[in-house]
Write a protein that binds this ligand. Structure first.
Ligand SMILES: [Fe+2]
Length: 370
């Protein structure tokens, strides 16, 4: 049995398919005489059959269902036209590679000339943003294998793409997205002033090394403030991207509204990409693990509206994937859009239960099954 959800008269209703038949769960008040019942309804006082499956519903049946306080019934409905399934599209690898190459050039200028040459970088950020704005179905795709040497560059581009996607979902305009994109791309630029042996260290950092590492937001702020023709906001993104809602971040232990929204977005994008990246000292976490860890800290470390926007652009539960839920149900994802991730129960074929994995209401996704 397959389950779908269609938008009908501006509201969402649950639709099920069983062989050639389409069934619809409907409010009793909306059921009309002549419709055919798809599932038997039992009396809630003594368990006897109230109405049998396949019986044609009459006016008196509707009244009887209302008398027994039933709110819904499942009826056959083969007249439904399904919406074309929305296909989410990943960012083109070509755009990502171009951005990485241009970022490398800009950083070279900082190392040799002491200043940032970001004139070349702006067009590629604009390209990413135009690409995102042109299609509301663009989502983030992870790159499975990365080159360790270029981690900082590919990480910066990924954070730029994720942050811009989050910004587009949050309704930012082109100008705002461009400034956010620059801030996201250059959020770690201060690391050019950190020694490579600390940046690439496999073992845990010593306290003094961690203190040196924690200087990169301020170093980045100073580099970006010196760059002419640039809004002050990217510099603030660099300065605040390790700050956290509850004041547990660094360097200034800012809280809530003291942190700029752009920095809150880059913080989430930064953590998501860092967790899902393979490094010399750790394996890459699957997207759903990274997503769950971030979602668990929504409202504590991360700004909740940003986490909600992240859900819509990273597709942690892809179509066709199977999951074990905390209540023991095994489900398969049948439909993913930016708003919903519908999964049907596969453990019990008599059930037509559908979960929205983006809003699982107290139930947790525990483990991937395939
Ligand atoms: Fe950073």
């Amino acid at each position: 049995m397959l389950a779908f959800r269609i938008r009908e008269k501006a509201r969402l209703v649950s639709i099920f398919q069983d062989g050639m038949n389409t069934m619809r769960k409907m409010a009793i008040a909306e059921i009309k005489p002549g419709m055919k019942l798809a599932k038997t309804i039992y009396r809630n006082d003594d368990g006897r059959i109230l109405l049998s499956a396949k019986s044609e519903i009459k006016e008196s049946h509707i009244q009887r269902l209302l008398d027994y306080n039933y709110e819904f019934a499942v009826v056959y409905d083969n007249d439904i036209e399904f919406e074309e399934e929305t296909v989410l599209k990943p960012i083109k690898e070509e755009t990502r590679s171009k951005a990485v190459a241009l970022l490398k050039q800009s950083v070279k200028h900082i190392k040799t000339d002491g200043f940032l040459e970001c004139e070349d970088l702006v067009p590629v950020i604009q390209e990413i943003i135009e690409y995102i704005l042109a299609d509301p179905l663009i989502v983030y795709n992870m790159v499975a294998i990365r080159n360790h040497d270029s981690y900082t560059f590919s990480h910066s581009v990924n954070v730029c793409v994720i942050a811009s996607l989050i910004g587009s979902v949050m309704g930012f305009d082109r100008n705002e997205l461009q400034i956010l994109g620059i801030g996201a791309m250059l959020h770690d630029i201060g690391k050019v002033r950190i020694e490579l042996k600390i940046l690439n260290k496999k073992d845990p950092l010593e306290t003094y090394e961690f203190d040196l590492m924690k200087a990169h937001p301020l170093e980045g702020y100073e580099i970006l403030r010196q760059s002419v023709h640039m809004s002050y906001l990217p510099a603030h993104v660099a300065l605040q991207h390790h700050e956290r809602e509850d004041g547990s971040g660094y360097p200034k232990r800012l809280k809530g509204t003291e942190i700029h929204l752009f920095a809150k977005i880059v913080a989430v994008a930064d953590v998501f990409d860092a967790m899902t990246s393979e490094r010399v000292y750790k394996a890459a976490a699957p997207a759903y693990i990274a997503y769950q860890e971030i979602a668990d800290k929504a409202g504590i470390q991360f700004y909740r509206p940003v986490v909600e926007a992240l859900t819509k652009v990273i597709t942690p539960y892809p179509k066709g994937s199977m999951w074990l839920l905390s209540n023991g149900d095994k489900v398969i994802v049948t439909n993913v859009t930016r708003l919903d991730c519908l999964a049907i129960v596969v453990t019990d074929s008599t059930q037509s239960k559908v979960y929205n994995l983006y809003k699982p209401a107290g139930i947790r996704v525990i483990q991937k099954m395939n």
